[in-house]
Structure formats: structure tokens, C-alpha cells
Design a protein around this ligand. Structure first.
Ligand SMILES: *Cc1c(COP(=O)(O)O)cnc(C)c1O
Length: 411
């Protein structure tokens, strides 16, 4: 057999193998009888609202809902999404030319570079960053220029540290606020600073706003499109997955600069024939409900409570993690371990592996999101408080070296 005959080398550049490794570790832990607590995945654990599920249920029984929909999305969905942009951010967009429905933001993110760049172009990406950002470039033969998100700069891009040369070479810069895996937020001032640089060097700005409805402590994430000149120079990608617990439905949209939105539409016209109409109706229901006086609490409410409970419990167990201001993740510097591991100094990967093996708590090593992620791990708040408290207990025993002792004495 010739290895690699029917498998593109390009696939090696997609994402990190660490995610697959974590899945394998979990399998082994479960096989050994471990009760695993999944804090690794970023999938909301709650269902959508009753209104959304009732819409899906009724629409699914309508025999007219099963035809091709067309790439750009139903008029009703685009119109409602445009209304939501105005309601939520005070941004006016033309639902015909400046807004396109997506099969989740992943669809838009994966196809971005192919639609917007030529092979050999370069693009500014955050490190650490959500894996498909680099994956999208790999598919399109586009080169990343990574800008670091470090603790020294509050995990925000140091816009001045990106050189003139890098700005000049870049076709676009990708931002992700509120962010994953680094759960920081951006204010309008940061957006305006980036836009100013981008204008100077004729660079497009893209903001992945998947967590716009998951912010805490009263913070309301702004849209980059509301910044001065945002509509001319930026596009923003929105998702109903996290905002309305609709991750499996696959629906979101991109809006902003019409040339960039149009390019993505042209590409997608050749790839897919649109989102299932039942899902688009559900999307309309979710957005309309969010704009109604009887809107349910924002998705952030639940995660804010969990954050408070979990952070306090982790701190009580000897891990001084920071409180994020948004998203469903803790981005935590490695704890001060009370014991040494025979395999060498603690790395994010070693900690994640040992924690899972000894206690059954599954987390993601920071290096899965890029080289700057080393020294950190990501914990997802996707379990009920009771399970989070249990996880904090186990993590405490692990840090103190008691989990190891128990495990060994048990065998
Ligand atoms: C979950 C997530 C997405 C993808 O969401 P979908 O809309 O479900 O495709 C995009 N960006 C970030 C940062 C995410 O965490």
C-alpha cells in the first residue's frame, strides 16, 4: 500500500492532533471504569428555548419545507438577522448585499481564506486561536502571520507590536471577541485601533463573534461593525450555536463589507445549496424571541453562575484561576503542582493527560490552540454546578498529589 495516495497532505495542517488524543485518553479512562467529567468540549449542554423547538417540530411536518433553499438564505432569516443586528448593536445592514446565512460560523470561517485570498497571500491570526482559523488558511494555501495573545498584554492583541511590514503583507486580520480559548473581551476602543491600522494598510478585519451573547458582570459585547468605518472595512461572523443553544442546527450568518460577504456567497454558491428551511425558521424564531419583551435570559446568565461557583471552588482547592468576563471557558495558567512527574516538567499536555488518568476530569491542553497556549489549559463550563464542584474537588486532590496516591494504592 502506498501511504498518502488517497489522503491529501493538506489534512495534516488541519487543527491539532491533541483534540484526537484527548478523545483517546477519555476512551481509555472510561474503559478503566473512570467516571469522566467532560470539561474539554465547547458544546452547550442546554436545549434551545421551547419556542425554537416548537417551531422546528411544526415546520418539519410541513411537506413544503424539503426543497433546496439556495445559498444566500431565506429572505425571512436574512431580514430577521439584519433586524437583530440593529436591535442588538445599533448597526444597519442591507440584508440583500451585506448579510449571508451560514451553516454555523464554522462554515464561514472554514471558507473565508478561499473566498477572500489568493494562494500565497498572508493573514494575521491570533495565537492561541480557534483551530479552524489556521485550518482555513491551510486549505486555501494562505500563510498565517501569528500575533500573540499573552498575559502581559491582558491576552489582547498588541496592535503596535504588529510590524508595518506584517500589516502591509496581510490580506485580513482575524479577531475573536469575546474569545475562545482565551476568554477575553474587546471594547470599542480596541476595535477602533485595529480598524485604524487596517485602514492605513488596506487590510480587511474579521471578527468571530460566536460568543456575543455570553458575557458576564453586565458587560455587553459590542459589534466591530458599530465602530467608525466598520461597515467599510470589517465583516463579523455570528452564530446561533452558543447564543441560543442551537449548535446541532448549524445556523449563523456573516455580515458587513459587501465585497467580502459577496465573495463568500459566490464560493458557497458552488459548494452548498443552503440551510434546511426548518432550521432557518428556527433561527428566525430564536432571533425574534431575543428581540421580544418576553426574551428569555441571555445564554451568559447560566455560565456566569457556573463561573462563579467553579472559580471559587478551584481557588479553594489551590488553583488561582482568573475569572473570565465572557464565554463558557476558563483559560487557566497551569496550577502550582505539589509533586513532580517522572516524565519531566509539567506541560499543558502532561497535566491534561495525568489529570484525566488520575481523576477523570477532561480538559484541553493550551498548546492545542497554538504555541502561545503552552503553560495554559482550557476548562469548559458545560456541566451542572454539582459536577463542576466535583471536578474542582478532584482537581484539588490531583494538585496536592493525593489522587496519585489513591490511584496507586487502589491498584
Ligand atoms: C463554537 C465556535 C465557533 C463555531 O460555531 P458554529 O456556529 O457552531 O459553527 C466559531 N468560533 C468560535 C470561537 C467557537 O468557539
Amino acid at each position: 500500500m502506498t501511504l498518502g495516495k488517497w489522503r491529501s497532505n493538506r489534512l495534516d495542517e488541519l487543527g491539532s492532533s491533541i483534540f484526537a488524543e484527548v478523545i483517546q485518553w477519555k476512551k481509555e479512562a472510561r474503559a478503566s471504569g473512570m467516571n469522566v467529567i467532560d470539561l474539554d468540549i465547547g458544546s452547550p449542554d442546554k436545549p434551545p428555548s421551547a419556542a425554537v423547538m416548537e417551531t422546528i417540530s411544526a415546520a418539519a411536518l410541513n411537506p413544503k419545507q424539503y426543497g433546496y433553499m439556495g445559498t444566500r438564505g431565506s429572505d425571512a432569516f436574512r431580514q430577521t438577522a439584519a433586524e437583530w443586528m440593529a436591535f442588538r448593536f445599533g448597526v444597519q445592514v442591507d440584508p440583500e448585499a451585506e448579510l449571508l446565512s451560514l451553516m454555523g460560523s464554522q462554515d464561514g470561517l472554514a471558507h473565508l481564506a478561499m473566498a477572500i485570498c489568493n494562494p500565497g497571500d498572508e493573514v494575521l491570526l491570533p495565537n492561541p486561536g480557534y483551530p479552524i482559523y489556521a485550518g482555513s488558511l491551510a486549505i486555501a494555501g494562505v500563510k498565517p502571520i501569528f500575533y500573540p495573545l499573552t498575559a502581559e498584554n491582558g491576552f489582547l492583541p498588541d496592535v503596535e507590536a504588529i510590524t508595518e511590514e506584517q500589516w502591509r503583507r496581510a490580506t485580513f486580520i482575524l479577531l475573536n471577541y469575546p474569545g475562545n480559548p482565551v476568554s477575553t473581551v474587546a471594547d470599542m476602543a480596541l476595535f477602533e485601533l485595529v480598524l485604524e491600522k487596517a485602514r492605513k494598510h488596506d487590510v480587511l478585519v474579521i471578527n468571530d463573534a460566536a460568543y456575543s451573547e455570553m458575557a458576564f458582570d453586565g458587560f455587553v459585547p459590542p459589534s466591530i461593525l458599530a465602530a467608525d468605518g466598520g461597515m467599510e472595512r470589517a465583516i463579523e461572523i455570528h452564530s446561533l450555536s452558543k447564543s441560543y443553544n442551537m449548535a446541532g442546527c448549524r445556523i449563523g450568518f456573516v455580515t458587513g463589507n459587501r465585497e467580502a460577504v459577496g465573495a463568500l456567497r459566490e464560493l458557497k454558491d458552488n459548494i452548498d445549496y443552503g440551510i434546511f428551511s426548518v432550521v432557518q425558521e428556527a433561527g428566525v424564531a430564536a432571533l425574534k424571541e431575543a428581540m421580544s419583551p418576553s426574551a428569555p435570559p441571555k445564554a451568559g446568565r447560566l455560565y456566569e453562575q457556573r463561573r462563579d461557583v467553579f472559580v471559587q471552588a478551584l481557588q479553594a482547592n489551590g488553583w488561582q484561576v482568573e475569572k473570565p468576563r465572557a464565554t463558557m471557558f476558563l483559560w487557566a495558567a497551569l496550577p502550582d503542582m505539589a509533586w513532580a512527574h517522572p516524565d519531566g516538567p509539567w506541560t499543558s499536555r502532561l497535566i491534561a493527560r495525568e489529570l484525566l488518568e488520575q481523576t477523570g476530569v477532561a480538559i484541553i491542553p493550551g498548546e492545542a490552540f497554538g504555541s502561545e497556549g503552552e503553560g495554559y489549559v482550557r476548562l469548559a463550563l458545560v456541566m451542572e454546578e454539582e459536577r463542576l464542584l466535583e471536578a474542582a474537588e478532584r482537581i484539588g486532590r490531583f494538585i496536592r498529589g493525593e489522587a496519585r496516591v489513591q490511584q496507586h494504592s487502589a491498584t
